[in-house]
Design a protein around this ligand. Structure first.
Ligand code: KG4
Ligand code: ZN
Length: 350
């Protein structure tokens, strides 16, 4: 189907506040593709400085402070007035209830006052829509999707825009959590994923032999908590129970070895899942999809192991939480509801 036929609302404001980022974007459907008019995220230092700083311990309170300036900035950068927006999309869940409420209530007020349809969006589904932004050609279904974020690691078959099948995922920690917690063991600041991937560039991924839990299990489930424990035990062994600090060389080799284990685990299961379901389109999404080593290994293995395959990898800046994917998801799932019935749902599933 032509993308144009599906598009009910041409210009959408997307609002995302599920965690500690306050984000808003204006996205437009134009010339048969999704284009970004603005994409504002207030976790960036610049914006925090611009809007008077943050209280890091209180994500929800930070959301309250940033929400209106971020929406205003998104509209200003897009050079559009709120009257020119066709619909307002917002993350309804899953996430932290205090944070979610700020976005949802803001969307409800804007939609009511300006008489716009409001569209509640599932945050998990939305991550995949980073792959629809800017592309002249729409991704083709069915798609084997890997969602790898700070809170989720799921394998999903996307049959159509609103047709998902969960086929496996982590039984304990998420891949991003494993990056973050391992990073903490190396003394690196949060979020640890980007820190580890930077250090790993200089390290030897074969230096330390870390386990790949459940890699050979016959299902599409994964596990990362054993890997995290192995990293803990390894660092204790290297430092003789914290008698000394890790050296820089040890840190870079640990970072590379940890990253390699996580990448091996998710790539292996993704390829197995695609093969056994006979799916040639593979798509990744979520914060960890920004990991360069994951992108590299997946690209190499998919092209080698799945004939006629097509791999969709989002642009780096659209992997982590943002309003653009919320608005884009709403383009293709335009179920506008009465703003008064819209509600935050912290435990929303896929
Ligand atoms: O999707 P996201 O922004 O938030 C959730 O919905 O969870 O993902 C955040 C996660 C964090 O765990 C962060 O460490 C990880 O994505 N992450 C990375 C990289 N960039 C962000 N992990 C590995 N390598 C990266 N380059
Ligand atoms: Zn997310």
């Amino acid at each position: 189907m032509d993308m144009n036929d599906q598009i009910k609302y041409k210009t959408i404001l997307g609002i995302e506040t599920s965690c500690d980022e306050t984000a808003a974007a204006v996205v437009q459907f134009k010339d048969n593709r999704v284009s970004l008019l603005s994409n504002i995220i207030s976790s960036s230092l610049e914006l925090q400085a611009k809007f008077g700083g943050i209280i890091p311990e209180q994500a929800a309170r930070e959301q309250i402070k940033a929400m209106v300036p971020v929406v205003q900035e998104a509209l200003d950068q897009a050079q559009i007035k709120i009257e020119g927006i066709d619909a307002i999309a917002v993350t309804e869940g899953p996430g932290l209830i205090g944070s979610l409420l700020i976005g949802v209530e803001t969307a409800k007020v804007l939609a009511s006052v300006y008489n716009k349809p409001s569209i509640g969006v599932n945050h998990l589904t939305a991550h995949f829509y980073a792959n629809w932004i800017g592309e002249a050609e729409e991704p083709k279904f069915p798609i084997l999707g890997l969602l790898v974020s700070g809170g989720h690691t799921d394998l999903i078959i996307l049959r159509d825009h609103d047709k998902y099948e969960y086929i496996g995922g982590t039984r304990d920690d998420a891949a991003g959590e494993c990056f973050d917690k391992s990073a903490r063991l190396l003394g690196l600041p949060y979020p640890g994923g980007p820190q580890i991937s930077k250090l790993a560039l200089k390290g030897d991924p074969k230096k330390y032999n870390l386990p790949r839990p459940m890699m050979d299990s016959r299902d599409f489930d994964m596990s990362f908590s054993g890997l995290k424990t192995a990293v803990l035990n390894l660092t204790l062994k290297i430092t003789e129970n914290k008698k000394r600090e890790l050296t820089e060389e040890e840190k870079v080799d640990l970072a590379a070895s940890i990253q390699e284990a996580i990448v091996d685990l998710v790539v292996d299961k993704t390829i197995k899942a695609a093969k056994s379901n006979n799916i040639e389109q593979i798509m990744i999404a979520g914060g960890v999809a920004a990991n360069p080593r994951l992108r590299e290994v997946l690209t190499t293995r998919v092209s080698k192991e799945i004939p006629n395959s097509k791999l969709y990898i989002p642009p780096f800046n659209l992997c982590t939480d943002n309003g653009a994917v919320i608005a884009t998801c709403a383009f293709f799932n335009p179920k506008g509801v009465n703003p008064l019935t819209l509600q935050a749902n912290p435990s929303l599933h896929l």
